[in-house]
Design a protein around this ligand. Structure first.
Ligand code: SF4
Length: 344
């Protein structure tokens, strides 16, 4: 059993029903694994040796080996982790005092094939299990003395495509018996797949939601993100408005400006129209070149023109600094062959 991938209720069930142990053992185990972050049952000194022997025979605590770390000029750190089967995934740690944000992957590769994204270009290899998602976060936390304050599911993969593992990981990392990162400090970023946002809305926590919009013009969005052929902008907007009203939380629209594709005034008008009645913040990013992709960064004049069109017409617009672009750790740049050129 991959014990470190069990939510507290599932752990309690396993400990009592399958192992016949007392319920308090579940709390001890959860705290050792998710608060003290031990990786062996033998480190759990308040559990009897016979119980530890048994746990070691039937259970497993996942730890991921860091195989590479690169630091960007702005202090952003990109980590590569090797999974048990040899797959390599990437995660990013973004220091921005007082915040320290961990950007976590949910899949090895991605099947969504967004045309601007390095991960998408590398194809899909497999979903991560809950224990692997959680182990990434603990690997990052163990590498620094500062406490990780925020988590964004914005690394490799489309989180909604791996929803069961995502949902359990959310439950584990926001549990106050463990690493305890509050739901409001955790953001799930999606390109918007049918049913995905609705499933997230049904979870208990007030998790943040970021949507990679990148265009509010159907034909442009389809070019950038093939998934939008299966979910129209109208359907996406309905799901977003539903999320806002269920969670009483403003959402974030991510919009990556790409030269000549989505940085025109017509695109800005469409964005204003789309965002107008959604309680949202718009994060503008500037495209980071990806090897082999047919796109360019926009020049500063078109970025300014786009921003100045939005400013008086939208509730909140932020031009976000892209972190880690010199080490291929910025949005859309994570992937097996991404180096020095910089997902959802
Ligand atoms: S942008 Fe996100 S969903 Fe699209 S290919 Fe990249 S990782 Fe996958």
């Amino acid at each position: 059993m991959k014990v470190s991938g069990l939510t507290f209720p599932d752990l309690k069930k396993w400990v009592t029903a399958d192992l016949g142990m007392k319920p308090y053992r579940a709390r001890q185990l959860f705290s050792w694994i998710h608060l003290k972050r031990v990786t062996s049952f033998y480190q759990m000194t308040d559990i009897s040796l016979s119980a530890r022997n048994r746990l070691d025979r039937v259970g497993e605590i996942t730890a991921l080996a860091i195989c590479d770390t690169i630091t960007a000029d702005d202090g952003t750190l990109k980590y590569s982790f090797t999974l048990g089967d040899g797959e390599v995934i990437e995660s990013v740690l973004i220091p921005d005092p007082p915040r320290l944000t961990a950007c976590i992957s949910t899949q090895a590769g991605c099947r969504r094939a967004c045309t601007f994204c390095q991960t998408g270009r590398g194809g899909f290899r497999r979903d991560l299990r809950t224990d692997e998602i959680v182990a990434q976060l603990y690997g990052l936390q163990n590498s620094t003395d500062d406490r990780i304050s925020n988590v964004v599911f914005m690394g490799m993969g489309e989180p909604m495509d791996n929803f069961p593992a995502l949902s359990d990981a959310l439950s584990i990392i926001s549990d106050d018996r463990g690493i305890c990162i509050g739901a409001r400090k955790i953001t799930v970023s999606t390109i918007g797949i049918p049913g995905g946002i609705g499933r997230l809305a049904q979870l208990d926590g007030q998790y943040g939601l970021a949507v990679s919009l990148h265009s509010a013009v159907e034909s442009t969005r389809r070019k950038l993100m093939p998934v939008s052929r299966t979910m129209s902008l109208q359907e996406l907007k309905r799901d977003l408005m539903d999320y806002v009203s269920r969670k009483s939380r403003r959402i974030t629209l991510e919009y990556c400006l790409i030269a000549g594709i989505n940085d025109t005034i017509e695109e800005a008008e469409a964005l204003v129209e789309f965002a107008g009645d959604i309680e949202c913040k718009i994060n503008l990013l500037i495209y980071n070149p990806v090897e082999g992709a047919p796109y360019r960064r926009p020049d500063i004049e078109s970025v300014n023109r786009f921003m100045h069109y939005l400013y008086p017409r939208c509730q909140a617009v932020i031009l976000r600094r892209s972190r880690g672009s010199d080490i291929a750790a910025a949005c859309g740049q994570l992937g097996p062959s991404a180096r020095n050129t910089s997902a959802t």
